[in-house]
Design a protein. Sequence first.
Length: 109
Amino acid sequence: MRRSARGGRWPVGLVALLLFTTPIFAVNSPQDVRVPPLKERAAPAPAVFSHWGHGSMYCYSCHPGTFPQARLGFTHQDMREGRYCGRCHDGQAAKAWSSMKCEACHARR
């Protein structure tokens, strides 16, 4: 019985895949990130971003381009202009932020 040359390569490919993808999954990111308001006021509560809710995305989809890894604040006007959350939540790539209930982002936790 003759074994093909390709048949012996898949274990090597699997090991290479695991070596390069495991560090990606090992990145320790907080589950929820509180987005501070630009101006202090009583309402609404600060927005809370859920990393878990966006788990199907890769970190590099948003960092460092859309969201730099630094403390920031932004407004609904920024999102209307396609910045920050509005970059994806435009009604085409993802559900439009303007059609979502306020509590989806401004939940008190």
